[in-house]
Design a protein around this ligand. Structure first.
Ligand code: AMP
Length: 274
């Protein structure tokens, strides 16, 4: 793998990386397409990264299907598939992590305190191994995009970070590998997430400026669904992720949420710019 990448770089080709945990879907495919647009050699990594899962989370049952992923990668023209093993990425005695302070302990970080340490560490390793010119991440994981952008700036990685829009099902549910865990009732109820986010956008466009009022309305809408259990609904500055109480013109805001449906925890968000 490194040989092909090194040789391509030597010949002046631009390398684009799409890091994933596999079980590829339309969301991943859109990232691959974006990488294709900005680079000559598209590298996709598939690695279910144990350090970004807490012991009580779904690492063991996270969906995996390498044969299917290989076929999909081929069909969409991925040039290099990088599928390291856990021992390769975390040799015995591994003890060095990348921690983005502050940003990692809010929003998702409040519920998953070690998550972004795992994410930043694995992405840093991938950047060092592959040395891409650009890397594409999904806006679906908005906080992940923000953490990675900070890491790249703080540690001088020199990788262009591209955030690609969220790909959704017909009813608005953001596509996710975890959606297959949902029961039919939970799957139906989960469409409420995007519906509630669009309502929030409508409220803001209609003149609402108080974040608390927007959050209350989103929560109220989600609570109409029997199987939904809210972890959080939040309104933050889309770039710095600082909390916002009153919205201002020209500053994009991120409305994000995490909601559990049975054992499945889903996240979604929308960026609203007035
Ligand atoms: P994952 O395999 O879930 O870790 O996701 C790998 C990359 O795909 C991350 O950058 C995600 O944000 C992105 N991604 C996942 N789902 C979607 C989606 N529905 N639309 C756009 N990007 C997505």
């Amino acid at each position: 793998m490194q040989m092909i990448v090194r040789e391509s770089r030597r010949r002046g080709k631009r390398i684009g990386l799409v890091p994933t945990m596999g079980f590829l879907h339309e969301g991943h495919k859109s990232l691959i397409q974006k990488a294709r647009e900005v680079s000559d050699l598209v590298v996709v990594s598939i690695f279910v990264n144990p350090t970004q899962f807490a012991p009580n989370e779904d690492f063991d049952r996270y969906p995996r299907d390498m044969e299917r992923d290989k076929a999909i990668s081929e069909s969409v023209g991925v040039d290099v598939l990088f599928t390291p093993g856990v021992e390769e990425m975390y040799p015995a005695g591994f003890s060095t992590y990348v921690v983005s302070e502050g940003m990692s302990s809010i929003l998702e970080g409040k519920f998953r305190p070690t998550h972004f340490r795992g994410v930043a560490t694995i992405v840093a390793k991938l950047f060092l191994i592959i040395q891409p010119d650009a890397a594409v991440f999904g806006q679906k994981d908005a906080q992940q995009c923000a953490v990675i952008k900070h890491m790249v700036r703080d540690l001088n990685f020199g990788v262009a970070i591209i955030a690609a829009p969220i790909v959704r099902e017909d009813d608005g549910l953001a596509i996710s590998s975890r959606n297959i865990y949902l029961s039919p009732e939970e799957r139906n109820d989960a469409a409420i997430l995007f519906y509630s986010l669009r309502k929030a956008e409508e409220m803001i466009r209609g003149g609402e400026r108080y974040a608390a009022a927007v959050m209350r309305e989103v929560e109220k809408i989600i609570r109409t669904k029997r199987t939904a259990m809210i972890d959080y609904v939040a309104v933050n500055d889309a770039e710095s992720l600082t909390e916002i109480s009153e919205l201002q013109k020209e500053k994009p805001v991120l409305i994000s949420l995490a909601v559990r449906f049975g054992k499945t925890r889903l996240i979604d968000n929308i960026i609203v710019q007035l």
